[in-house]
Design a protein around this ligand. Structure first.
Ligand code: F3S
Length: 396
């Protein structure tokens, strides 16, 4: 692989041991991906930082890189961790886990990360069309590539971390024009009305992800999603859960031009959507968890106002959002609890331990959360948000 003079020096250790280790890793991965050279990145986002997921081994690795002098050379943000850093006791987190998650965060701080602890960096960072990134959270990767037109692979957390240190990624995969062309059409035209009438964006995403696998699909029939950030987030997060692709080109939504519409076409009909829905029980038991991906301010406002106008939620609603949004509700905590709403930041329902709330059954509107929580042994009802609010939260 071609390396310029600076990159050679990084590799040879002139910038310290951590940079050399990071460069060796990035080059090795570049060779695996057959990259001819590296590309400078504008921003990195590192996932896999929850102590619940990475354990002592991950913690030691991060502390070692920080001690070796690893420092991020581009703005770097981090995904949610195992707990709300302020309300961790309420979440049933033990002091030991709290302490270890704290050490993970301190290692990231030493390396220069912004401790955002949210999986929606695209809503807060200045990311534009054509920017090269090193992101490792699938929903964010899909949003950045598909909706903003930025360029990032679906990197693993450790690779994104190394790329953040050297400020470069292998020029491969979705960084290259030729790999961003769709090779398959997924056609929702015949089920479009059914999807919009029933708010089945998560369900449509799970199906699209499974059909696409690792290929870049061209999606038609969902152009009415243009500008609908809330439902695009749900759709793309679900694609990322059931499939391996990092880019979905949506007709009328994605900024990249599609010149050749792939002739290989899969039509999704209402029957397929109903079949997918049947995989998740619909008995509506348990607590309500919303915010996968993290809720934006508009979404939180909408939910809180909706419940507020109708009195009090009949069962507990847990909202997951960024710290920035949670701060805006800090002085309204009592008011929220009167509505039976509990807001958490820095974490989410998947990377924290929901069993601590005493419920093995959850209701969510997120296909991604449904996908992962089912695999963790929860009894999951996947229900559109509107229906959760109208029929389950206040009137059951
Ligand atoms: Fe975000 Fe957790 Fe879902 S990290 S996308 S809320 S699984």
């Amino acid at each position: 692989m071609y390396l310029d003079k600076i990159e050679e020096k990084m590799l040879d250790g002139e910038f310290g041991e951590a940079v050399s280790l990071a460069m060796r890793t990035v080059v090795k991965m570049g060779e695996v991906f057959s990259a001819e050279r590296l590309v400078k990145i504008k921003h990195a986002h590192v996932s896999g930082i929850s102590y619940e997921n990475i354990g002592d081994e991950g913690l030691s690795f991060l502390e070692e890189i920080a001690s070796l002098g690893g420092r991020f050379s581009v703005p770097t943000t981090v995904n949610p961790g195992a707990m709300d850093t302020e309300k961790w006791r309420e979440m049933g987190i033990t002091p030991e886990v709290f302490e270890k998650q704290g050490r993970i965060l301190r290692a990231f701080m030493r390396m220069g990360a912004k401790i955002t602890l949210t999986c929606t960096p695209h809503l807060y960072e200045q990311i534009g069309f054509g920017d090269h990134l090193a992101w490792s959270e699938s929903n964010a990767v899909l949003y950045a590539n598909s909706i903003i037109g930025a360029r990032t692979n679906r990197d693993g957390g450790p690779l994104a971390l190394m790329e953040a240190i050297v400020g470069r990624a292998p020029l491969s995969g979705l960084h290259l024009d030729e790999n961003r062309r769709p090779t398959l059409t997924i056609d929702f035209s015949i089920s479009e009305q059914f999807i919009f009438d029933n708010y089945l964006f998560s369900v449509a995403g799970l199906i699209a992800g499974r059909i696409a696998g690792n290929r870049v699909p061209y999606v038609i029939g969902l152009s009415r999603l243009n500008g609908d950030v809330e439902n695009l987030k749900l759709f793309l997060a679900a694609v990322g859960a059931s499939g391996g692709t990092g880019l979905v080109l949506i007709e009328g939504v994605s900024p990249e031009k599609v010149d050749d519409i792939p002739s290989e076409r899969v039509e999704v009909d209402a029957g397929m959507l109903k079949e997918e829905m049947e995989k998740f029980n619909e008995d509506g038991e348990g607590i309500i968890v919303l915010g996968c991906p993290h809720l934006g301010l508009d979404e939180v406002q909408e939910i809180v106002e909706w419940i507020g106008k109708r009195g009090r939620a009949k069962r507990k609603i847990y909202l997951y959002t960024s710290r920035d949004v949670a701060r805006m509700y800090e002085d309204k905590r009592k008011k929220l609890e009167e509505l039976n709403i509990y807001m958490f930041a820095d974490t989410c329902m998947v990377v924290s331990n929901l069993f601590a709330y005493g419920s093995r059954s959850v209701i969510t509107d997120s296909g991604k959360a449904a996908f992962y929580l089912s695999s963790k042994g929860y009894n999951v009802s996947l229900v559109p948000r509107k229906i959760i609010l109208e029929r389950i939260a206040v009137s059951d």
